[in-house]
Design a protein around this ligand. Sequence first.
Ligand code: KIV
Length: 278
Amino acid sequence: MRRKTVIDLQNMKAANEKIAMITAYDATMARLVDSAGVDMVLVGDSLGMVIQGAEDTLSVTLDDMIYHGRCVARGLKSAHLTVDMPFMSYQVSAEQALTSAGRLVQEGRAQSVKLEGGQRSAPAIEKIVAAGIPVMGHIGLTPQSVNTLGGWRVQGRTDDAAAQLMTDALAVQDAGAFSVVLEMVPTELAAEVSAALNIPTIGIGAGPDCDGQVLVCNDLLGLDMSFSPKFLRRFAELEKPITGAFSEYIAAVRDGSFPAQAHCFHRSNPTKKVTRLY
Ligand code: KIV
């Protein structure tokens, strides 16, 4: 079995096959999503919220992404691995972007990297791609700009904003990106962008006409039932069964029913009294 490449993913768009992408942050979840047959795994900087408990992605560091990238890579057999470039790891200059992307590949075992921004990020994309590292763009709601955007809002609703989003999508493609995430974009606009681009669009909150979809693994599994944005479909509701299992374990420890005999190890000569060695 071999890992999917950016060429495989681009061929999927050409063949009109939808691309399924899921985030993962550790080797266990990577193994599970990979064995389910997902096409792409994203180590998203959403790990700021999902793993680190922060309120946004801004405090995630390049070293954090490298660490989680390496963990996830160990769990994959066939899925393509994209790792997010975190805030301030590519905004300073194209040179800084290339250095950071290089670390994500060398140390984080990424097959490609993802960065946010359209026209403004084109020089960084060009520089990284020229060094042989595939880049995925990310436009629409770009969480690293949450303080500028004024919150987690749908982007591209007005005519001007829609025109800017189309311009950004084309700029990302022209800079050499192999694919682009469209986050929180009106369905009709995402459809137009997907039709205009040769590279696959991967939507989250961008309707069914994107070339693929991405969801955060914890959201898709329903690990936090208090998080319910409009775009989310939970394919399982695991928060309750998981806390239920933990509660049963705690009760079993407290009432002494765990461990039972079946979980115990025994000496070969259990009746002989143990004597000290020295
Ligand atoms: O960080 C992330 O998980 C992402 C996806 C939601 C696209 O960027």
